[in-house]
Design a protein around this ligand. Structure first.
Ligand code: AMP
Ligand code: MG
Length: 313
C-alpha cells in the first residue's frame, strides 16, 4: 500500500496503473473511490473482488465532463439541464446504456442501465484527464464497512492489497452522492444524498422520492446491508447510557464526538463517517447512542445512513 501525494507524478503513476488494468483509490468530494478503467472487464472484476462486493450491486462510472456521456448513453433534455446545474458535483444519474457502449458489462451486471457522475475534486478531474477513459468506482471500503473520507481510512481497509491511494485530504462533502434514476418518464431518487429532491424538482419538475414512499428501492445494492457496525446503535437518544459512546449534533452535554457544535448539517455530513470509524470500537464502548439530527436537507441523507447502520447489525 502506498499513499501517494496527488501531485503530477502521483497522478501520472495512478493513471498508468489504471490503464494497465489495475485498481487505484482516489479522492472525490463525496468519499474516496476504488477506481478501475470502466472499459476493461478484468479491471472492473478486481474492484468487486477487492471489496468483497456482491455483483448485483452496480458501480458508478465517473466521467471528466458531460460530453463523455454521448459515448455510451443517450443524454436527453433532463440530463442537459441537470448536468449544467449540478456537475461537477454529488449527483449520480442512472441512464439507459447504448447497445454498443464500450463500458464493461461487469459495471452494471444484468442491467441495461448505467450510473454516471462527474466528481467535483481536482485530483479526480486530473486523473480522468490523464486516463482519458471513464473510471468505474464504488466507495473505497470493504463491503459492509463505513465509506472512507480520508486516505488513512482507505489504508485501514485495504493495507497491502492496494498499490496506490492518491491522498487528497479529507473529503469535503463526506457523504455519498444522490442517485437519480432518469430511465422512466418521472425521475426517481434511488439514494438520498447531498443534493435534495427539491433542488432537482425546481429544474425538471416532479421527482418521485421513491425510497421515502415505499421503504424499498429500485437501486440494486441499496437493499444490501450498507454498513454493519460492531456496536449496537440507538438513534434519537437524549443521552448516553453507561459505557456507550455519544454521537451528538449541536448543543449537547456529554458528547464523545460532536458532528457539529454549531448545528450545521453540512459540517455534520462531512464528519459523520470519521465519527463512526472512531466510535465503533467495542474495546472502548458497549454501544453507540446518537442524538437526534434534523430530518431536513442533507440531514435526511445523514439519517438515512444512520438508520441503515442501526438496521445493518
Ligand atoms: P457506491 O459507489 O459504493 O456508493 O455504490 C453505488 C450505488 O449506486 C449502488 O449501491 C447502487 O445503488 C447505485 N447504482 C449504480 N449503478 C446503478 C444502476 N445502473 N441502476 C441503479 N442504481 C445504480
Ligand atoms: Mg459504498
Amino acid at each position: 500500500m502506498t499513499i501517494r501525494v496527488a501531485d503530477e507524478a502521483g497522478i501520472a503513476a495512478a493513471a498508468a496503473h489504471l490503464k494497465r488494468g489495475e485498481v487505484v483509490a482516489f479522492p472525490t468530494e463525496t468519499v474516496y473511490g476504488l477506481g478501475a478503467d470502466a472499459t476493461q472487464d478484468s479491471a472492473v472484476d478486481k474492484v468487486f473482488a477487492m471489496k468483497g462486493r456482491p455483483n448485483f450491486n452496480p458501480l458508478i462510472v465517473h466521467v471528466a465532463n458531460p460530453d463523455w456521456l454521448a459515448g455510451f448513453t443517450q443524454p436527453d433534455e433532463r440530463v442537459d439541464v441537470l448536468t449544467r446545474a449540478f456537475w461537477p458535483g454529488p449527483l449520480t444519474l442512472v441512464l439507459s446504456q447504448q447497445p454498443r457502449s464500450p463500458i464493461s458489462t461487469q459495471v452494471s451486471p444484468n442491467l441495461d442501465t448505467i450510473a454516471v457522475r462527474q466528481p467535483d475534486h481536482p485530483v479526480a478531474a486530473a486523473l480522468l484527464d490523464a486516463v482519458k477513459r471513464p473510471i468505474a468506482a464504488p466507495s473505497a471500503n470493504l463491503s459492509g464497512h463505513v465509506s472512507p473520507t480520508t486516505a488513512g481510512h482507505v489504508e485501514a481497509d485495504f493495507g497491502a492489497a492496494l498499490d496506490i491511494t492518491l491522498d487528497g485530504g479529507p473529503c469535503r462533502a463526506g457523504l455519498e452522492s444522490t442517485v437519480l434514476d432518469l430511465t422512466a418518464d418521472t425521475a426517481r431518487i434511488l439514494r438520498l444524498g447531498v443534493i435534495s429532491a427539491s433542488e432537482i424538482e425546481s429544474l425538471i419538475g416532479s421527482v418521485e422520492d421513491h425510497w421515502e414512499q415505499s421503504g424499498a428501492t429500485l437501486s440494486p445494492g441499496q437493499l444490501h446491508k450498507h454498513y454493519a457496525p460492531s456496536l449496537p446503535i440507538r438513534l434519537n437518544s437524549a443521552a448516553a447510557r453507561d459505557g456507550e459512546a455519544f454521537l451528538t449534533f449541536g448543543h449537547a452535554k456529554g458528547a464523545t464526538f460532536n458532528l457539529s457544535p454549531t448545528a450545521n448539517l453540512t459540517e455534520a455530513a462531512a464528519s459523520l463517517y470519521r465519527a463512526l470509524r472512531q466510535l465503533d470500537d467495542p474495546s472502548q464502548y458497549t454501544g453507540l447512542a446518537v442524538a437526534p439530527i434534523p430530518d431536513e436537507g442533507i440531514g435526511r441523507a445523514i439519517n438515512d445512513r444512520l438508520r441503515r447502520a442501526a438496521r445493518g447489525r
